[in-house]
Design a protein around this ligand. Structure first.
Ligand code: ADP
Ligand code: MG
Length: 276
């Protein structure tokens, strides 16, 4: 965060909409996890951030969501710099995230998990929220992710795929009306192929169809190519902390650098792109 002011050259672009990541760097001691990454994501866009293990995907995410402070560079949302804001303050501005391993409250019902995350008046304790919160808003979100019939079940009884859907509904519950940014770290990790495809269609629909009367900017990480074809409008390829390619899934999958150092030269040759 140290040299935020020193890099104020691009101030005039400060009013651009959506997410803008500018010259982002993050090091952990001597490990340069992210080195000078630039990209943007507009509301209504579904963008994938892909790359091999250790490429810096989760670190980039954590810098956007607020778990990590960037070493330098800027993260802007709707023209406002986020660098100094805590995750909760980012959530108030419409930025929600999920984690690689689903994080839900196993002992509560599916409905209660979503109710807990809906904005409450400040004087309500979590238990009062469960008591007083109208279930209709939570039910609408469960319907959005295809879990309405499981609302009364204990969350621990859900399949892992359904838990990932529940986590999405919980992330949506934290957002207020208006433009939002949804950050999903490997949303389909650990799922069977059929469940993966369905979940990724849902992820795509969250960017393309309005949620609470606004379209979301969706940025997700992934390391398998099957989750980007037909899903992401744009794919960013990160390797060793740097963006090495961006474009449609087809474009990056035929990029020489990406093929040589990440996907492997035989990728897609047999016409089977879903096998990676
Ligand atoms: P990806 O999500 O693409 O697999 P990460 O962002 O998790 O990659 O990691 C990028 C690099 O930063 C790796 O070399 C990793 O070991 C390192 N790294 C990530 N988090 C930390 C941390 N908290 N402390 C030290 N090194 C880290
Ligand atoms: Mg990761």
């Amino acid at each position: 965060m140290g040299d935020m002011q020193g890099r104020s050259q691009g101030h005039s672009q400060g009013r651009s909409q959506g997410l803008v990541v500018r010259d982002l760097e993050k090091h952990f001691g001597g490990v340069q996890a992210v080195c000078g990454v630039d990209f943007s994501v507009q509301p209504g866009e579904c963008v994938a951030l892909i790359g091999p293990n250790g490429a810096g995907k989760s670190t980039t995410f954590a810098c956007i969501a607020g778990q990590h402070a960037p070493s330098s560079g800027q993260v802007l949302w709707q023209g406002e710099t986020l660098n100094a804001l805590q995750p909760a303050q980012r959530l108030q501005r419409g930025i929600a995230r999920t984690f690689q391993v689903a994080q839900i409250f196993e002992a509560l019902t599916v409905l209660q998990n979503v109710q807990l995350l809906l904005p409450a008046t400040p004087v309500m304790s979590p238990l009062q929220v469960l008591d007083k919160q109208e279930p209709s808003a939570a039910l609408a979100l469960l319907a959005r992710v295809g879990l309405q019939t499981q609302a009364g079940q204990a969350a621990r009884q859900l399949s892992y795929g359904a838990k990932k859907r529940l986590e999405l509904a919980m992330a949506l519950a934290g957002l207020r009306a208006g433009p939002g940014l949804l950050l999903l770290d490997e949303p389909a990790a650990g799922l069977a192929p059929s469940e993966r495809a369905e979940l990724m269609q849902l992820v795509r629909s969250l960017a393309h169809d309005a949620v609470a009367h606004a379209r979301l900017a969706v940025l997700y990480t992934e390391h398998n190519m099957d989750a980007v074809f037909g899903i992401a409008d744009r794919v960013l390829v990160l390797m060793e902390g740097r963006l090495v390619a961006s474009g449609t899934a087809e474009e990056v999958a035929s990029n020489t650098v990406v093929l040589t150092h990440y996907l492997g030269r035989s990728f897609g040759k047999k016409g089977a792109v879903g096998h990676a």
